[in-house]
Design a binder for this molecule. Structure first.
Ligand code: NAP
Ligand code: GLV
Length: 309
């Protein structure tokens, strides 16, 4: 197999190529060269690939995405219909997502942000004890990321619900189907978004949704920036409908320095790092799937283009 690595965002493509080559010594692995395309590639491993990859590499059969979300890939004009898109399935990201959510959930439910403020004033002031039943967590998306997040919160005895298209069961959580959104929101105080970005989910984090949450709600967005209607969040923060938000993803990344989110004390900003693609685990998964393909066996993680995830 001729395997190319193509990413406009990766600062060290050679690190990925070296790891892939070590894992797949019987195949040829190289960085795809925009200036000298060879037209020989069978497989591309990508994150934000240059669009010209597809016009030059007509032999490509499989596109392995370094991440779980394929929304950006699906927007590439002229993405060949016959090309099989393969997403990452966990690969070490889900546990990071769970850590991220737990951090902000605990920060809010245990008043750790307020204790940091009190420390700055050298004030010894115990606040109210936690009422765990008041911290109902609702996870939108019950896939690889959402299920792990839900299970981590449930393991700490937070009451957890998961909302997904199918309402598939998640251990330790109450499951809601797509048509049960209103019931899911009505019992949720901490709303966690782990949905894929699709035509159905774009802009879902809007005032209409925030208005249905329990009072004093908190938002954690670890999926995509375009899920959120930013003006609606700011309005709901100002009205007190939402108490705060932890945001890892943004419509415009990097978040511009002048953006209001940076300076709003009710918002915690992180630079799209909630679930990073770690080189060793990512390469291990992709190499395993390449070997499966070579054996002529089916692989998992194939994107259903019709449902967009
Ligand atoms: P996944 O395994 O495909 O799970 C997607 C879940 O969303 C499924 O439970 C699916 O329902 C549900 N869903 C899809 N469309 C829906 C709709 N219209 N209404 C209700 N539920 C819907 O995806 P994943 O691996 O968990 O990843 C989720 C997203 O996380 C990715 O797409 C990516 O955008 C984001 N992500 C972000 C980071 C980061 O660093 N911030 C890292 C990794 C991933 P069914 O179960 O019924 O199919
Ligand atoms: C990261 O955002 C991913 O989709 O894996």
């Amino acid at each position: 197999m001729d395997i190319v690595f193509a990413s406009r965002h990766e600062s060290n493509p050679q690190e990925w190529v070296a790891a892939l080559q070590r894992a797949l010594p019987e195949h040829r692995v190289r960085v795809w060269d925009t200036l000298q395309p060879q037209g020989q590639a069978d497989i591309a491993v990508v994150w934000a690939p240059p669009p010209e990859l597809f016009s030059h590499e007509s032999r490509l059969t499989h596109l392995f995405n370094l991440g779980a979300g394929v929304d950006a890939l699906l927007q590439i004009p002229d993405l060949p219909d016959g090309l099989t898109l393969v997403r990452m399935e966990d690969g070490g990201m889900a546990v990071q997502m769970a850590e991220y959510v737990l951090h902000y959930l605990i920060r809010e439910s245990r008043d750790l942000g307020r204790y940091a403020d009190l420390q700055a004033q050298a004030r010894w002031q115990p606040l109210a004890d936690i009422d765990r039943d008041a911290w109902t967590v609702g996870v939108m998306g019950g896939g690889v990321m959402g299920a792990r997040v839900a299970q981590a919160c449930a393991a700490l005895d937070y009451p957890v619900a998961v909302w997904s298209r199918s309402g598939r069961p998640v251990a330790g959580a109450q499951s809601y189907r797509q048509d049960q959104l209103a019931d899911f929101l009505a019992r949720t105080r901490v709303l966690v978004n782990a949905l894929p970005l699709t035509a159905d989910t774009r802009g879902i984090l809007s005032r209409a949704v925030f208005d249905q949450l329990r009072p004093d709600a908190y938002l954690i967005n670890i999926a995509r920036g375009d899920h959120l209607v930013e003006a609606d969040l700011l309005a709901c923060l100002d009205s007190g409908r939402v108490r705060g938000a932890a945001l890892d993803v943004f419509s415009c990344e990097p978040l511009p320095p002048e953006h209001r989110f940076w300076s709003d004390r009710r918002i915690q900003v992180t630079p799209h790092v909630a679930g990073a693609s770690l080189v060793s685990l990512t390469v291990q998964q992709i190499a395993g799937k390449v070997r499966t393909l070579v054996r002529g066996e089916p692989i998992t993680g194939i994107v259903d283009r019709a449902r967009q995830y």
